[in-house]
Design a protein around this ligand. Structure first.
Ligand code: AMP
Length: 348
């Protein structure tokens, strides 16, 4: 892992009035570029030649400039630093750049340690437990005595997950080694999107900063989420959980205090475990009929569900006078931190 001091010294060399926001053209990049544009920050898109046409078709979602690359494994670190750019890591940055991200000598918005903690299932569980979240029970294959969801190692977006009810069914259906077997939690999936600002005061105070609820979503997964159609058509099938898209969501107002307490727990635990989590994050939860939230994942960065709200959400309407997306909130934080000379508090 590149030392924080090294990133701080790169930041020292930046012209604070001309910082640019850069990211890979994928995942939530249009929202990030759009939000930066609203805050008057220039943007750089790291893009494959074949995808440029797509982004150019969205004049308010495209980046101001492109760096065309052959693949995303090797980020154009030197060019980005020369351009005064801060990378905003999203799901595709994490997936494509992988471990190289840990060593990349370019400033990243947020704390890059949160990406390490979200990317390793054992560390993730430690974080969720330390945060005081309820987590689903995990099982070894021979102890399966209820519906369980089996997650493949490193799988993203639910791809290849299966549901099993017994050790026999597990042996029949699962060939991969090193899987995670989790109790299948029944309920409504709720994915709250948070933003923690260590440099803001007021609002929902946490650890000398402020925790904001940006929005929420629910994912649409193929083919479990249209299962009633298949069932009505008389088709029997094994459900799969491949994330295809997102739907907007608001929850009962009386549940909001629990949502904020979960977010607070995650932020406080991040300070205990790896010096904090400035910026956006998401807790992936299921709310049961007893109104208990079970968390099965934390994403320590912007999630694609925030793409539903480029002009703000049902929750940011109560915090901001202007439409505030998570992408825009990131740009605002960079602007505020630059003004207060606190960029190193929100960038690693
Ligand atoms: P994940 O890759 O952990 O985000 O999971 C992908 C999808 O699988 C989720 O969006 C849920 O629909 C489903 N899922 C994951 N874990 C559980 C669980 N413990 N119980 C029920 N459904 C789950």
């Amino acid at each position: 892992m590149i030392p924080k001091e090294k990133i701080n010294s790169i930041l020292e060399g930046y012209d604070k009035k001309k910082i640019k926001i850069a990211t890979i053209c994928s995942h939530s990049s249009m929202q990030i570029f759009h939000g930066a544009r609203q805050e008057g920050i220039k943007t750089v898109g790291i893009c494959l030649e074949k995808n440029k046409k797509l982004y150019d078709a969205f004049p308010y979602g495209r980046p101001d400039e492109y760096i065309i690359v052959k693949d995303y494994k090797n980020l154009p670190v030197k060019e980005l630093v020369d351009q005064n750019a801060v990378i905003v890591p999203h799901g595709s940055v994490v997936e494509y750049a992988g471990k190289a991200l840990q060593e990349a000598a370019v400033p990243l918005f947020g704390n890059r340690m949160s990406l390490v903690w979200e990317g390793d299932r054992d560390m993730l569980f430690k974080w969720m437990k330390d945060a005081g979240l309820n987590v689903p029970r995990t099982f070894t294959p021979d102890k399966i005595d209820r519906p369980c969801i089996v997650k493949l190692p490193g799988a993203k977006g639910g791809r290849g997950y299966v549901v099993v009810n017994s050790p026999e069914e597990f042996r029949k259906k699962v060939k991969a080694e090193k899987v995670t077997i989790q109790e299948y939690v029944l309920g409504v999936r709720v994915y709250p999107h948070y933003f923690f600002s260590p440099i803001s005061k007021g609002g929902y105070g946490v650890h000398e900063g402020s925790l904001e609820l940006m929005s929420m979503d629910r994912r649409l997964e193929s083919d479990i989420d249209d299962a009633q159609r298949a069932t009505a058509a008389g088709i029997k099938f094994d459900p799969s959980f491949t994330v295809v898209g997102n739907l907007p969501l608001v929850i009962r107002e009386s549940l909001l205090s629990k949502v904020m307490e979960m977010g607070q727990g995650v932020v406080e635990s991040a300070f205990r475990l790896f010096k904090g989590i400035p910026g956006p994050f998401c807790i992936e939860t299921i709310c049961t009929k007893d109104m208990e939230f079970y968390a099965f994942e934390i994403s320590g960065r912007i999630v694609a569900g925030t793409n539903l709200y480029p002009e703000g959400s049902q929750y940011t309407a109560y915090t901001y006078k202007e439409p505030m997306s998570t992408g825009r909130r990131i740009a605002l934080e960079i602007k505020n931190a630059a003004k207060l000379n606190k960029l190193s508090s929100v960038i690693y």
